[in-house]
Design a protein around this ligand. Sequence first.
Ligand SMILES: Cc1cc2nc3c(=O)[nH]c(=O)nc-3n(C[C@H](O)[C@H](O)[C@H](O)COP(=O)(O)O)c2cc1C
Length: 202
Amino acid sequence: MHKTVSPKILYLGTPVVLISTMNDDGSVNLAPMSSAWWLDQTGVLGLGTRGQTFANLKREHECVLNLPSVEQVAAVDRLALTTGSDPVPDYKVAMGFRHVRNKFEEAGLTASPSDLVRPPRVTQCPVQLEAMVKSIHSVGAREDYSASIEVEVVRVHIDEELLDPESRHHVSPDRWRPLIMSFLKFYGLGDQVHGSRLAEVY
Ligand SMILES: Cc1cc2nc3c(=O)[nH]c(=O)nc-3n(C[C@H](O)[C@H](O)[C@H](O)COP(=O)(O)O)c2cc1C
């Protein structure tokens, strides 16, 4: 039996991304997000337009999409109620957010230089995608303050522990344990549940 309901959010379970961007004073911002999907070398990010990350992407057109594994969950959670915006927007003050200038220090994470973009990578994240902004579109109603940002992934860094021992350009999904946000809570993935015909032909 199904029921019709009106959930406030539709976070159905997606990998968490820690997105690093440059602030206008040359410092680095780092923020968790999870509304992201991928097609070939393109990523599409769903972001609030009142955050520091959106302002930085609009101005600088560069980012690193760092994907944490379940092992970095505590670091991600430490960033949850923080923003690089100063002053903190009123609606975030009401929710208990505070401004944090050094998000790496706050999270207990460290930065590694990127190859092709200015924002650094998060050293501890097993997957690090350097990316350039291609287009920005507003999403939903005006009062949603939301945008979709299309980025092109220009360099992929993978922790070698995740690579298939036989074909070194492939990530082994048995070794990759992405951190998943589902209805605002943190989960991991379980074991493979079925054979995959698509995986066989690729
Ligand atoms: C796990 C997690 C996932 C989140 N996903 C998103 C998201 O997909 N899009 C978004 O705009 N904000 C998301 N947020 C909220 C932002 O992290 C929050 O607005 C933060 O203040 C943005 O930081 P910034 O202002 O420094 O960019 C998420 C937060 C957490 C903890």
